[in-house]
Design a protein. Structure first.
Ligand SMILES: Nc1ncnc2c1ncn2[C@@H]1O[C@H](COP(=O)(O)OP(=O)(O)O)[C@@H](O)[C@H]1O
Ligand SMILES: [Mg+2]
Length: 255
């Protein structure tokens, strides 16, 4: 395996049983590599298998065919260098914000004092200073997702997987949060080496990605892989960004 590859999927397939019991191929022969230093956005229509693919990479689901490898080791469960942010935030409502963020560290066996310190520092960095003692329900959607992101980042993940992390938020909140993450990434203030961002939002993809990968539907296959060589931060109204968005739109609507 090449030195600079963080995660590699080779010939990955996944079939689910439909309600009537008939099998349906969701992912078919997916080959994909996430390389060191890149943000990849995975785009595709609703139901095409994006979350399934991400769950396989996170070790939350197993592929039926092919292999999924993280830094040379076959993925057989959640790996400690890999963190995920969920669309639904997936916070524990009975735990405080601080306790939610500490969870990932607890799983890694980090002692309580260090846990508290790191969680507090991460909450501050992600714009939630002073919110540690509150319950998730007391926060707005945008702030809740900040907690979800803090919980992932506090573990210092090598690979960050984001599953439509911004799509439950209003447009402006989503944009702010996205920009905050890009700033942490571009300024090197997080040790994360690779990000895979699942989205169904073309505008989001063209603002973030070093590479845009399009997953087709029925079955999910990688249909396009587009390198993006535009510096960040990007201006959504610039000609380059608009041209890229048009190109991606055309490819996604191609029959
Ligand atoms: N555990 C499951 N059992 C049966 N079908 C599933 C399961 N998980 C997902 N599916 C089906 O697989 C397809 C792809 O789902 P998903 O990966 O969530 O798509 P996406 O994230 O692109 O919207 C959908 O049709 C969904 O209903
Ligand atoms: Mg999904």
């Amino acid at each position: 395996m090449a030195e600079n590859i963080l995660m590699e999927l080779t010939g990955v397939g996944k079939t689910f049983k439909q309600a009537d019991g008939a099998p349906r191929v969701i992912l078919d022969s997916v080959n994909f590599a996430l390389r060191d230093g890149e943000i990849v956005t995975l785009l595709g229509k609703s139901g095409c298998g994006k979350s399934t693919l991400l769950r396989i990479m996170a070790g939350l689901a197993a592929a039926d065919q092919g292999s999924a490898v993280y830094r040379g080791t076959r993925i057989s469960g959640p790996a400690s260098g890999v963190a995920m942010v969920f669309q639904s935030f997936a916070l524990f409502p009975w735990l405080t914000v601080q306790q939610n963020v500490e969870l990932g560290l607890e799983a890694q066996g980090v002692p309580p004092a260090e846990r508290a310190h790191r969680a507090g520092a991460m909450l501050e960095r992600i714009g939630l200073a002073g919110c540690g003692g509150t319950l998730p329900r007391e926060l707005s959607g945008g702030m809740r997702q900040r907690v979800g992101i803090a919980r992932a980042l506090v573990t210092n993940p090598d690979v960050l997987l984001m599953d439509e992390a911004f799509s439950a938020l209003d447009v402006l909140t989503a944009e702010t949060l996205r920009n905050d993450i890009l700033e942490l990434w571009d300024s090197g203030r997080i040790p994360t080496r690779g990000m895979l961002v699942v989205s169904h939002n073309i505008a989001e993809a063209v603002m973030m990605a070093d590479r845009i990968v399009i997953l087709s539907s029925d079955p999910g296959r990688i249909s396009h892989d587009i390198a993006v060589r535009l510096p960040r931060p990007r201006n959504p109204d610039s000609q380059e960004v608009r041209a890229l968005a048009d190109q991606v739109y055309r490819l996604m609507t191609l029959r």
